[in-house]
Design a protein around this ligand. Structure first.
Ligand code: FE
Length: 289
């Protein structure tokens, strides 16, 4: 007997700006101190107007968590102090484990046209906050696009999709054990009148973000451009509204540790924030210990 995950509450996205003035909509993380352990933030950027994105995200540091960028349209370039260069194109994913520190920039590689995608911040447990930084540039061709019954299509970024006897692993954590938060990150396209159903690990934090159309979770409506936090249970159902829906489905194991954030530093104590600032100012940030 399965237990349906119902909609516990809705976090609307609010218009804001970050980087050097990139306009975006923030749902998770839009209110100071309100996290969805282990998720810290979800931003959606979507504009056809270059003024909204051209300033990009010039060099800035991160410590203590992971940033995940998923592009739908447009091109950005990632560069970091470790020498990584990444091309963020449509359908690609950049999975950056900032851990003890990375300094990077994300700048548009276009001066016109549409820029559309998401950035997620995923926390790391204390034991992993000071491990060496890692960076993965995952091209669109490595993200499985899986057609299911009723016209539903899922892009599997992280986690394992089960379809009958088929098992489709995302490129990020194919063994399910590479990341301690065991994240699931799917982009689900549901035609009008169709219902997507899948098991989700009991006890994992889960939410759905609707970025096109609208949807209903276990019968309760989730509006467009809002994150719907799911209650406990082991199965999720998502019904598309009259115009169909495109949603992100995310789930991960909560960490359950204190969170102290100062901008792009997310650690466990005030002292660790002071250490991060000092490391950044003294130039040892992200260098080998
Ligand atoms: Fe960044």
């Amino acid at each position: 007997m399965s237990t349906l995950r119902t909609l516990r509450h809705v976090i609307p996205s609010i218009a804001t700006a970050d980087g050097a003035g990139v306009k975006l909509r923030r749902s998770i993380g839009s209110q100071r101190g309100l996290y969805l352990d282990p998720f810290l933030m979800l931003d959606e950027f979507y504009s056809d107007n270059p003024d909204d994105y051209i300033a990009g995200f010039p060099p800035h540091p991160h410590r203590g968590f992971e940033t995940v960028t998923y592009m739908l349209d447009g091109h950005m370039q990632h560069q970091d102090h470790l020498g990584n260069v990444g091309d963020l194109g449509p359908g690609s994913v950049q999975w950056m484990t900032a851990a003890r520190g990375i300094i990077h920039s994300e700048m548009p590689k276009q001066s016109e046209g549409r820029m559309r995608g998401f950035q997620l911040w995923l926390n790391l447990p204390a034991a992993e906050k000071m491990k060496p930084a890692g960076y993965r540039d995952i091209p669109a061709s490595e993200v499985p696009t899986v057609p299911l019954a009723d016209g539903i299509e899922v892009r599997v970024i992280a986690g394992t999709l089960l379809d009958g006897a088929r098992r489709i692993d995302g490129p990020v954590n194919p063994a399910g054990a590479r990341l301690s938060t065991d994240p699931l990150y799917w982009d689900v396209r549901i035609p009008a009148g169709s219902r997507f159903t899948h098991a989700l690990p009991q006890g994992h934090t889960a939410f759905v973000y609707v970025y096109e159309g609208d949807a209903a979770i276990a019968g309760k409506t989730l509006p467009n451009r809002a994150a719907g936090v799911l209650d406990a249970g082991d199965t999720v159902t998502i019904d598309a509204g009259a115009g169909g829906a495109r949603v992100l489905l995310l789930a991960a194991r909560p960490i359950g540790e204190p969170i102290v954030q100062y901008g792009p530093f997310v650690v466990n104590t005030r002292e660790e924030i002071e250490q991060a600032i000092q490391d950044y100012q003294s130039g040892v940030f992200g260098k080998a210990a």
